[in-house]
Design a binder for this molecule. Structure first.
Ligand code: ATP
Ligand code: LTN
Length: 328
């Protein structure tokens, strides 16, 4: 019996180094003879923030191309667009009716994302977002969900919902486990190392996009905020420097201690250049592959159509069981 892996990413901007290190890199590494993976472009999650329709469609497509370029193999994994598999939305409703307002109010992502808005401008989708995410996960009977640490709370909620539903109606859902990298689970903004690197950051200097040109990547790292101590160490009060060390360690597959040793005796100027070079080297083959995939849109459409069919078949099975239990 293969373990089922599922994850998703929103097409809400250009994929960042944070998305790559915290999640997508693991998506690719998790493909093995012992697993079967479902990876989705979460366009339904993206519309919790107003999107331009033409742009959203283009970005969903490009995100799929980037996932292929980052190593998602459509012969071993199902790659699909969330909105093309309507069972997710159908299950989400059933789960909504088994989720408490109190639970959703405690979600830190909701609190953060709604903090800047007045009450009447907060849409209900932003509030029920984690229920749709639970549906994404539970509908495939997933064992593991590779995500960055910012999604841990949503995953715990998905587990709670699964257990609650199973207790009320009988065993239907497998209870999933998060799969969070030990190092690199939260890459911070290069401009404000107290904030996570985010693709919807209005300041592009805060994030490195996977498709940024080498000179842009170098410039962004050179401008990265550090501190005035001039000591390369991994410490809680040195968030900027620690973030650079984390990026380097994950990409080079080294421990933090080994990373610190590599920079012994160097200054911040050198640190920034060496980290930037490591990032440029890591992203270069992905960038090349991405351009090749985009030049062949028919192939991407074929992959997504195959993915849609495979996902739909698996999803419908769980949905049937749920509908049976509920009394539909
Ligand atoms: P947005 O800024 O639009 O909220 P995002 O950049 O947070 O988007 P998501 O699509 O919400 O990206 O996340 C996709 C995956 O990337 C999730 O598993 C998430 O945990 C991970 N991720 C996002 N940002 C980071 C980060 N800075 N460090 C590590 N992992 C991250
Ligand atoms: N909400 C996630 C993206 C996402 C996801 C999922 C992650 C949508 N559906 C299912 C894991 C499993 C985020 O990263 N913001």
């Amino acid at each position: 019996m293969k373990k089922i892996v599922l994850s998703g990413i929103q097409p809400s901007g250009s994929l960042t180094l944070g998305n790559y290190v915290g999640a997508v890199r693991n998506w690719s590494l998790l493909q093995s003879d012992e697993t079967y993976c479902y990876y989705c472009v979460a366009d339904m999650h993206a519309i919790t923030v107003r999107q331009d329709p033409v742009e959203l469609r283009r970005r969903s497509f490009e995100t799929a191309a980037l996932l292929l370029a980052a190593g998602i193999d459509p012969n071993r994994s199902t790659l699909f667009i969330q909105s093309q598999v309507p069972q997710h939305a159908q299950l989400a409703w059933a789960l909504c009716c088994n989720t408490y307002m109190g639970e959703l109010s405690r979600m830190t992502q909701f609190k953060d994302k709604s903090a800047s808005k007045s009450d009447e401008n907060i849409n209900a989708g932003l509030f029920t977002y984690p229920v749709l995410m639970a549906a994404d996960i539970l509908i495939y009977q997933s064992d593991y969900v590779p995500v960055g640490v910012d999604q841990k709370q949503h995953l715990e909620l998905a587990r709670d919902i699964a257990v609650r539903f199973n207790n009320a109606f009988g065993e239907v859902f497998k209870v999933p486990e998060p799969y969070i990298p030990r190092v690199g689970a939260k890459i911070m903004s290069l401009q404000n190392p107290e904030k996570k690197m985010s693709k919807s950051d209005p300041n592009p200097n805060g994030f490195v996009a996977i498709m940024d040109e080498p000179d842009v990547i170098m410039k962004k790292f050179k401008r990265a905020v550090t501190d005035s101590e001039s000591l390369i160490a991994y410490r809680e009060d040195k968030l900027g420097v620690s973030n650079l060390l984390t990026i380097y360690a994950t990409i080079k597959e080294k421990s933090i201690d080994e990373a610190v040793k590599d920079f012994e005796g160097m200054g911040y100027g050198n640190l920034k250049v060496v980290v930037a070079e490591a990032v440029i080297e890591e992203l270069s083959p992905i960038q090349t592959a991405y351009k090749q995939y985009l030049a062949n849109p028919d192939y991407i459409n074929e992959v997504l159509e195959k993915g849609r069919k495979q996902a739909e078949t698996a999803a419908q099975k769980t949905l049937n069981a749920v509908y049976e239990k509920i009394g539909f």
